[in-house]
Design a protein around this ligand. Structure first.
Ligand SMILES: Nc1ncnc2c1ncn2[C@@H]1O[C@H](COP(=O)(O)OP(=O)(O)OP(=O)(O)O)[C@@H](O)[C@H]1O
Ligand SMILES: [Mg+2]
Length: 276
């Protein structure tokens, strides 16, 4: 079962969407659209009758509402009134990611099937050291039991990611997406890259995206994926190479062919050659 991101064009690059009960990290420097991404993610769930929890370090309920309204998502007001969307601003000085108040708030709005957002995770872990890896691991473990989570992570403008506060969430997250604003102007100004997507196929490469009024983030990658899908006939390939393939391996290769990901034929040939 996949969780639709709500970001146009992205799900097909993720093999159908996010995996349920996982933690996704959106890495990006300031102004790349991290907050808009998280709102789109929540709106998609709310539209489908799911609940949402929004933890912010920058905005209170009104701020979140204003941002959503500025993008034309009037429904968000009803969701807050109906208490299907819970928004709370925390102050970084008073809270750590192990804080009970934070976890209780997240739990109060989650039913195991909810969408949870922490925007951003950076204030919670700014003084993180490598010894605290286990604590973050525990925190993510707990989040997975409560629903499907998207956290944002601030990428320093210097591009130096070699800090425990960045590397630990990246290593422990299930899916990592990077948003970049290169500033080259239109076509490749903003780009998205899938750094990892545990337990799933995902598209490789960078994909341009736009932020559009009333819509939010739109990723332009779908055509690219369609073109690159390959049809491979496994039986004729095996015949051609004259090898004997054990039944369980055959099943796996067949599955690869059905997925039709670019590069499948070359990969299968390599595997078949190793059987000779
Ligand atoms: N209504 C809109 N229409 C088009 N683009 C918009 C609209 N609102 C915001 N944007 C674009 O989105 C950017 C801000 O997106 P967002 O607030 O999600 O970024 P962020 O990564 O969360 O940044 P921050 O570091 O401030 O948290 C703006 O700089 C602008 O380019
Ligand atoms: Mg933001």
């Amino acid at each position: 079962m996949r969780v639709e991101t709500g970001v146009f064009g992205l799900d097909s690059l993720l093999g159908g969407g996010l995996r349920k009960n996982t933690v996704t990290v959106i890495l990006g420097s300031t102004g790349t659209g991290k907050t808009i991404f998280t709102l789109q993610f929540l709106m998609k769930g709310l539209e489908k009758g799911e609940n949402g929890v929004y933890v912010s370090f920058d905005m209170d309920e009104k701020g979140v509402l204003d941002t959503a309204l500025s993008l034309g998502w009037e429904e968000v007001k009803d969701y807050i009134e109906e208490e299907r969307l819970k928004v709370r601003r925390f102050f970084a000085e008073n809270v750590s990611y192990l804080n009970n108040e934070l976890m209780s708030f997240i739990m109060s709005g989650s039913d195991g099937n909810s969408r949870i957002v922490i925007d951003s995770f950076t204030p919670l872990v700014s003084s993180l050291s490598y010894e605290m890896r286990n604590d973050v691991n525990w925190f993510f473990y707990k989040l997975r039991s409560l629903g499907t989570t998207v956290i944002t992570l601030e990428e320093p403008l210097s591009g130096n990611l070699d800090e425990p506060s960045v590397t630990i969430p990246l290593f422990l997250g299930d899916t990592v997406l990077q948003l970049k604003n290169i500033g080259y102007g239109e076509a490749f100004n903003r780009t998205l890259r899938i750094i990892k997507h545990r337990g799933s196929w995902h598209a490789e490469g960078v994909f341009p995206y736009r932020i559009l009024d009333g819509v939010g983030i739109v990723v332009e990658g779908v055509d690219y994926i369609e073109v690159r899908r390959e049809k491979v006939d496994i039986d004729s390939l095996i015949r051609k190479m004259g090898v004997k393939v054990p039944q369980d391996l055959y099943k796996k290769l067949k599955k690869m062919c059905d997925a039709g990901v670019a590069g499948t034929e070359e990969a299968i040939k390599t595997i078949l050659r190793s059987l000779k």
